[in-house]
Design a protein around this ligand. Structure first.
Ligand code: ZN
Length: 114
């Protein structure tokens, strides 16, 4: 599953402390060396900047902040609940509602700014 990507992105492993190039990053967006979630320094079309991790819905936890797809980096909502369903996951977002993802899709989760 190809994740939603932003116009400008650079990549770093927070554990190894090294910059990564896109072609070296596995499809699960974990560092190939240590397995940490790759820190993505993302900027959208309107100049909004956040650091994000790309996580599968099964990796989400309550309190994570998810970028609503197709909104650039404008709409970020806190995860209230993640429920496994037969065909994937139901994710309840504060102030937004429910989105559904299949198990191998990747969501952009905001971890900070830059
Ligand atoms: Zn690493």
């Amino acid at each position: 599953m190809i994740p939603i990507m932003y116009p400008k992105e650079s990549y770093k492993c927070p554990t190894c402390g090294v910059a990564l190039v896109e072609r070296s990053i596995p499809d699960d967006w974990k560092c190939a060396t240590c397995g940490s979630a790759v820190a993505i320094y993302a900027e959208d079309h309107e100049g909004r900047r956040h650091t994000v991790n790309r996580l599968k819905p099964g990796e989400l936890q309550v309190g994570h902040s998810v970028v609503v797809p197709t909104s650039g980096l404008k709409h970020v909502h806190d995860v209230l609940a993640v429920t496994k369903e037969p065909c994937g996951y139901r994710i309840a977002l504060k102030g937004y509602g429910v989105i559904r993802y299949s198990a191998d899709e990747l969501l952009n989760c905001v971890t900070g700014g830059w």
